[in-house]
Design a protein around this ligand. Structure first.
Ligand code: FES
Ligand SMILES: [Fe+2]
Length: 472
C-alpha cells in the first residue's frame, strides 16, 4: 500500500488564519474542475462555505428520549420529507404507505393527482393499511369494521349506517396531509401551515436545473436497520473526513481531503468530491494512466484503446468519456450532454431533515434516514440507485426493497457492486460503537472540524431551530 504523507499534524499551528479559513494542501476542487475538457455546469463552479462556530455538539441530542420526542413533534411532524417516487404509484388507485416514528401517511394516486391522508380510520383509529409499502385499491376500506372511503378521501360507505345517524359524510372525509412534487419524488408534510415545498428546497431546484431527477428510475432499493440515532447514521455520510481512516482502499482514486463543502439556506448543504485524482494524503500519487487503470474492475478485454490516456489528456477526461459511452449503452440513454464532472464526480446534496441526494451519473444514489418506531437509538437507512430512464421514455418498474439484516454485510444484495458493498459495510460498521461511545464518554459532546464537518454543524443548528420551537 502506498505510504501516506504525515499530514495529521497536531492542530494549532495555523497562526494568521481565521477559524474556517484553513484548507487541505493540494489543488482545490475548483482548480481541478476548471481544467476539465467538457466543462461543468455553473452550480458546480461555485463555493459557498461559511464558518458556523466551533462549540461541541452535545451527545445527549443523540441519546435522550426527551430530545427525540421534541424532534418527532417539531421536525418529523413539520418538515417536508420524500415519501416515495412517482413511479411507485403510476396508476390511479396505487398507494404508498410512508412511516416515520409514530406517523403513518397513505399517499394515493387519484383522478385529481396525488393526495396523502393520515393512515388512520375515522371510526376507531385502526390503520387503514397496516405497514409501509406499496399497493393498489379502488377504495380505501378499513380492515376492522369495513368503513370505506373513495380514493379522493370522501366517505363511501359505513356498515350498519342506521347506527351512525351522527356521522355526517361531509365531516368524515379523510384528513389530508400536504403533498409536494419535485424531481419525481413525492414529498409530504404533516404541518398544514407548512411553507411551499418549492421555497423549502432552497437552491435545489436552481442547482438541479440540468439534472432532471424525474428522468431517473430506481434500479436498486436497499434498506438496513442501524443501531444508532437517525442523526448519528446520517452524519456518517455528510463528511469525507472519515475516508482516510475508514475507507483507506479508496485513497488512490479519490480526493478525500480537498473535498469541497458548501452550506446554503436552512435546508440544503452539499459536498463535492472530484474523481480521477489521488488523495493528497498519499506520498506517491498515481499517474494519469494508473488512475484510469485503477478505476476499472472486471473484463479489460472489451476496453480497447478508449482507456489510453492520450497526449495532454487527464484521467478525468478519459474516465468521463468511457463512462459516458458505456453507461449510455447500458441504460440506453444518451449521456452526451453531461460534463466530465457530472459523469464521474461524487456530488452530494443534503435536504433537511433526512434526504441525501447524488445527482452524478456514475454514483447516482439517494439515501434516507428515519427514526424507527419510537426508539431514539435505532433508525432505518435506505439506499436507492437512480439510473437514467432510457431515451424511449419508458420508466422501468421499481424493484422490491432488499433488506440487509442488522449484522449482515451489504454483500448479500444482488446487483450491488461489491466495491460499494464493502464501503457501506465500513460506513455502517462504526455506528454502533459511536452510539455506545456517546454514553460511555466523560466528555459531553462531539468536536467538529471547521471545514470538513461543517455540514454536520449546519444540520445540527437547523435541528436546534426546529426543536427549540417546542420549548418556547
Ligand atoms: S376502526 Fe376502522 S372501521 Fe372500525
Ligand atoms: Fe464513507
Amino acid at each position: 500500500m502506498n505510504d501516506r504523507i504525515p499530514m495529521s499534524v497536531i492542530p494549532g499551528d495555523y497562526a494568521g488564519l481565521q477559524p474556517g479559513e484553513a484548507r487541505c494542501p493540494g489543488p482545490s476542487v475548483q482548480d481541478i474542475v476548471e481544467r476539465d475538457a467538457k466543462p461543468a455546469p455553473q452550480a458546480l463552479r461555485e463555493t459557498n462555505y461559511r464558518f458556523l462556530g466551533e462549540e461541541d455538539i452535545e451527545y445527549s441530542r443523540y441519546t435522550s428520549r426527551e430530545f427525540f420526542e421534541r424532534e418527532l413533534q417539531e421536525i418529523w411532524g413539520k418538515t417536508w420529507q420524500w415519501a416515495c417516487r412517482e413511479e411507485h404509484i403510476p396508476q390511479v388507485g396505487d398507494y404508498y404507505v410512508y412511516e416515520v416514528g409514530p406517523y403513518s401517511v397513505l399517499v394515493v394516486r387519484t383522478d385529481e393527482g396525488i393526495k396523502a391522508y393520515y393512515n388512520s380510520c375515522l371510526h376507531r383509529g385502526t390503520k387503514l393499511r397496516p405497514e409501509e409499502g406499496i399497493g393498489s385499491a379502488q377504495e380505501l376500506r378499513c380492515p376492522y369494521h369495513g368503513w370505506t372511503w373513495n380514493l379522493d378521501g370522501s366517505l363511501k360507505s359505513v356498515p350498519s349506517a342506521w347506527d351512525f345517524p351522527h356521522v355526517k359524510p361531509e365531516a368524515y372525509t379523510l384528513p389530508e396531509v400536504k403533498v409536494g412534487l419535485w424531481g419525481g419524488f413525492v414529498f409530504i408534510n404533516l404541518d398544514e401551515n407548512a411553507e411551499p415545498l418549492e421555497s423549502y428546497l432552497d437552491v435545489l431546484p436552481e442547482h438541479f436545473g440540468s439534472w432532471d431527477m424525474s428522468k431517473r428510475y430506481i434500479e436498486l432499493h436497499i434498506a438496513k436497520v442501524l443501531p444508532c440515532n437517525w442523526k448519528t447514521g446520517m452524519e456518517a455520510f455528510l463528511e469525507s473526513y472519515h475516508v482516510l481512516e475508514t475507507h483507506p482502499q479508496l485513497l488512490p482514486g479519490t480526493s478525500d481531503a480537498n473535498v469541497q463543502y458548501d452550506v446554503y439556506g436552512d435546508h440544503v448543504t452539499r459536498f463535492y468530491a472530484v474523481g480521477g485524482i489521488s488523495s493528497p494524503h498519499l506520498e506517491k500519487r498515481l499517474t494519469e494512466q494508473e488512475l484510469v487503470d485503477s478505476m476499472l474492475v472486471g473484463d479489460r478485454s472489451v476496453v480497447g484503446d478508449d482507456l489510453k490516456v492520450g497526449e495532454g489528456e487527464t484521467a478525468r477526461t478519459v474516465m468521463a468519456r468511457y463512462l459516458r459511452k458505456t453507461l449510455g449503452e447500458k441504460y440506453r440513454a444518451s449521456l452526451e450532454h453531461f460534463s466530465d464532472a457530472e459523469i464521474i464526480d461524487t456530488i452530494e446534496y443534503h435536504v433537511f431533515p433526512n434526504m441525501v441526494l447524488f445527482p452524478g451519473v456514475s454514483l447516482p444514489m439517494v439515501y434516507r434516514f428515519r427514526p424507527l418506531g419510537t426508539d431514539p437509538e435505532r433508525c432505518l437507512f435506505e439506499i436507492l440507485f437512480l439510473r437514467p430512464v432510457p431515451d424511449s421514455g419508458k420508466h422501468p418498474e421499481p424493484p422490491e426493497v432488499a433488506f440487509v439484516g442488522e449484522d449482515e454485510s451489504y454483500g448479500v444484495v444482488p446487483g450491488l457492486d461489491p466495491v460499494l458493498a464493502n464501503v457501506y459495510d465500513q460506513d455502517t460498521g462504526n455506528l454502533r460503537s459511536q452510539q455506545l461511545g456517546f454514553k460511555a464518554s466523560k466528555k459531553r459532546g462531539q468536536t467538529l472540524g471547521n471545514y470538513q464537518e461543517v455540514r454536520i454543524r449546519h444540520f445540527e443548528q437547523v435541528v436546534d431551530q426546529y426543536v427549540q420551537r417546542a420549548v418556547r
